[in-house]
Ligand binder design. Structure first.
Ligand SMILES: C[S@@+](CC[C@H](N)C(=O)[O-])C[C@H]1O[C@@H](n2cnc3c(N)ncnc32)[C@H](O)[C@@H]1O
Length: 195
């Protein structure tokens, strides 16, 4: 198994250590999540790059057996601490989703009915490989829900947290079905992708 180089994750660990969080999902975003969630008993969700775990907790509340993963130790500790009451419906583990071997070792293929990535994909380096990895993890009929800021709606100094129109085209192309939503005129873009 490969390990994550410490310098890559250090910025995120520092973010958590400073007590900083992330933009929380608003009602409109949570409504959109609920519209794409059709959990039956035993259905499983995977939240990749879970941060402080609010979105993963929403998935567990909707009825999914939810696994939250993040490569930062501080994230995993925070989610364990904040959402202990949701176990075993919500579990969390440390995982670098760009580490193909670790993903193959720890996440069973064809398992997850809903995979979510909120405010994460823009930070990942090989998005094509990430998409292929997600596809392998989806159960039949599964959906990948990606929520991201769009670069051209961000101020210059924050453009690194967004995806460009070309990035979105590259992301969507390999998927058979894509529904796209704008959550606010100048806000987040959400894509529901199906193989
Ligand atoms: C902007 S935060 C979003 C957190 C959460 N999804 C939310 O919406 O509040 C990005 C998260 O992705 C995680 N992350 C970044 N690269 C990752 C990787 N390669 N594998 C797993 N998690 C990663 C970071 O540690 C961080 O928690």
């Amino acid at each position: 198994m490969t390990t994550t180089p410490p310098d890559r994750v250090a910025g995120w660990e520092a973010h958590f250590a400073a007590g900083r969080g992330f933009r929380r999902p608003d009602d409109r975003e949570l409504r959109l999540l609920a519209e794409h969630a059709h959990p039956s008993p035993g259905h499983q969700a995977l939240d990749i790059g879970c941060g402080l775990g609010g979105y993963a907790a929403a998935l567990a509340d909707l009825g999914y057996r939810t696994l939250a993963v993040d490569w930062a130790e501080a994230s995993v500790a925070a989610v364990r601490d904040r959402y202990a009451g949701l176990a075993p419906g919500l579990t969390v583990r440390r995982l670098d989703f760009e580490d193909a071997c670790a993903v193959a070792e720890h996440l069973p293929a064809g398992t997850f009915d809903l995979v979510t990535m909120r405010l994460v994909l823009a930070f990942l380096t090989d998005r094509k490989a990430v998409g292929e990895r997600v596809r392998r993890l989806l159960a039949p009929g599964g959906v990948w829900l990606v929520t991201t800021p769009l670069t051209d709606r961000l101020p210059e100094r924050r453009r690194n947290i967004g995806m460009t129109a070309d990035d979105i085209t590259d992301l969507v192309t390999p998927w058979s079905h894509c529904s796209a939503y704008d959550l606010e005129p100048d806000g987040l873009h959400c894509l529901a992708l199906r193989p």
